[in-house]
Design a protein around this ligand. Structure first.
Ligand code: 0RQ
Length: 507
């Protein structure tokens, strides 16, 4: 409600979403907050989509360019995509309608490392931002923006846009105030200084973002929760994957190579990642710390169970049950969760310094340890790399977890050659499926192939992979190089077979 705007002058700027949408014109470039289903505007996107539909009905053009933090939700990406109102989108999405538009060629999509987004905004790679739309929990007496369930790229959005529209959401807990750590001093080279985070929970900024009030052209009041789906209870496959990751970490602790509190943990999106966090509830570690981009149910429960001391993230993405636990315990959580701009949560300098343990999901890996996180059968975009690359290359440990097959066994997640490269063999340290784990550190490609085929592949595909490898070794020797054996014409034939027959297995 209006009480959340504590600055009297700014109260004058309250208007309806429809009136605020009048600031949006065809061809504009917008920075819109939102990160994995949290912190996205609830009302403006529908108002903009309606404008686009009305324009299209009259035969007029209407579309926007849109840069967010990460994925949003049906009432943001979904409604805009459904109205065919997005000609450009970056850096990460997971909405089915938008995904279809991207794959149909109607929306140009740039999939990129999240840690790069803000510096590219500052540098002007996206062109000028006409408008920023920000979801907030409130505005302070001094006119500073109190962010919502996440910050994402919100700081740079406000700084770089000509005009700012703020949605104040009364459904958000007022207890969020004080959880954010707004830092906007990364700058551009050659004038950068070290980012002064040496512990995962260090505060380096301010609780809210100062904003020139002349830039704020509209404030819209909303009252709607983030739309997050329920997580599936971890199934057998996820539990087996989680158990192996935890056993390995335990082994490293016992060998004296990791402290009993481990190192700061990052966990990607999805059910498997969440299952690893759930598995840590009963694991023999104490005083865990999170340094992640998205904090999901699993990590929240670790904090509530006092297994995890503190967590740093850029956004809170909870199922409805977990959101209730969060809101009920917000006073307890206030000094245990910190929300940062994604340029900080995903910053290579900090991830490397802290020695983060990165755990992300994949679409497929090849027998040499290259990972595809984004493309189905080489050409079809799924979601995007998000922050997985930031944590994979810069983390102390980088895990890739996945069931060994997809689509009821018709697809092997371990293939001769990945159909798209997101994370190279140089970055990926561990591959874990329900079948087993491959520790790729200190191994040559031929040594890795043996481990990945034997430990990680599904039995239905193991002989096929071994056969490919054996023949590749012979042919590559003739071709003059067996460092990474391949049959170049056959390497992607498994994908082609799936496209043609609906199954990677030879019938
Ligand atoms: O599709 O639901 O239509 O059957 O992919 O797969 O197994 O449910 O796993 O939800 O964890 O998603 C890599 C996509 C995995 C995700 C990916 C199909 C499968 C299913 C989902 P259906 P699962 P998840 C943090 C870090 C990249 C970004 C990232 C992702 C659907 O984790 O987008 O890590 N990661 N960010 O059937 C064809 C294969 C497949 C396949 C799975 N080999 N071929 N389809 N699927 N493997 C967050 C941010 O950075 C913002």
């Amino acid at each position: 409600s209006i009480d959340r705007i504590r600055n009297a002058a700014l109260r004058e700027k309250v208007m309806s979403a429809e009136a605020a949408a009048e600031f949006v014109k065809d061809g504009m470039n917008l920075a819109i907050t939102g990160f994995t289903g949290a912190g996205y505007p609830k009302a403006l996107p529908t108002a903009i989509a309606n404008k686009a539909k009305a324009a299209h009905a009259k035969g007029e053009k209407f579309s926007i360019g849109m840069v967010t933090g990460a994925s949003t939700a049906p009432e943001c990406d979904g409604v805009l995509a459904e109205a065919n109102a997005v000609h450009f989108r970056s850096p990460f999405q997971s909405d089915p309608t938008l995904r279809n538009n991207i794959n149909a060629g109607n929306t140009n999509y740039q999939d990129m490392h999240l840690s790069h987004v803000e510096q590219q905004m500052r540098q002007g790679f996206y062109g000028k931002f006409d408008l920023a739309i920000i979801e907030a929990a409130g505005i302070t007496e001094n006119g500073e923006i109190i962010f919502a369930m996440g910050i994402g790229h919100g700081v740079e959005a406000v700084k770089n846009a000509d005009k700012v529209i703020i949605e104040i959401n009364a459904a958000l807990s007022t207890g969020l105030e004080g959880m954010h750590d707004v830092y906007g001093d990364v700058g551009l080279p050659p004038h950068r200084k070290p980012i002064p985070i040496v512990g995962a929970f260090d505060r380096i900024g301010t609780p809210a973002l100062a904003c020139d009030s002349d830039k704020i052209v509209a404030i819209v009041l909303t009252n709607a929760g983030d739309r997050n789906s329920k997580f599936a209870e971890p199934d057998e496959v996820s539990k087996r994957i989680a158990a192996q990751v935890i056993d390995f970490l335990d082994h490293e602790v016992k060998a004296g190579r990791l402290p009993k509190s481990l190192l700061p943990l990052q966990s990607g999106v999805g059910n498997v990642a969440n299952a690893v966090m759930a598995g840590l509830l009963d694991a023999p570690f104490d005083d865990l710390v999170g340094y992640t981009e998205v904090l999901q149910d699993g990590m929240l429960d670790l904090i509530l169970a006092k297994k995890m001391k503190t967590a740093s993230a850029t956004a809170l993405s909870f199922s409805p049950d977990a959101l209730q636990r969060f809101n009920e315990n917000i006073e307890f959580l206030k000094d245990k969760i910190i929300l940062r701009p994604m340029e900080i949560s995903n910053n290579p300098e900090i991830i490397r310094r802290l020695g983060v343990i990165g755990m992300n999901s994949m679409i497929e890996a090849d027998i040499y340890g290259n990972v595809n996180s984004t493309h189905v059968m080489g050409t079809r975009m799924m979601n995007g790399i998000g922050g997985s690359g930031d944590f994979t290359r810069n983390g102390f440990f980088s895990f890739y977890v996945s069931p060994s097959t997809a689509k009821g066994g018709a697809i092997s997640a371990i293939v001769p050659m990945v159909s798209h490269h997101d994370h190279t063999e140089h970055d990926v340290m561990f591959i874990v499926t329900e079948q087993g784990m491959a520790d790729l550190r200190g191994k040559s490609p031929r040594e890795r192939a043996k481990l990945i085929i034997n430990n990680c592949s599904h039995p239905d595909y193991r002989d096929m992979l071994q056969d490919y490898y054996d023949r590749a070794l012979v042919a590559s020797e003739k071709a003059g190089g067996i460092h990474t054996p391949h049959l170049l014409l056959e390497a992607l034939s498994w994908h082609q077979r799936f496209i043609e027959t609906g199954d990677m297995r030879i019938k």
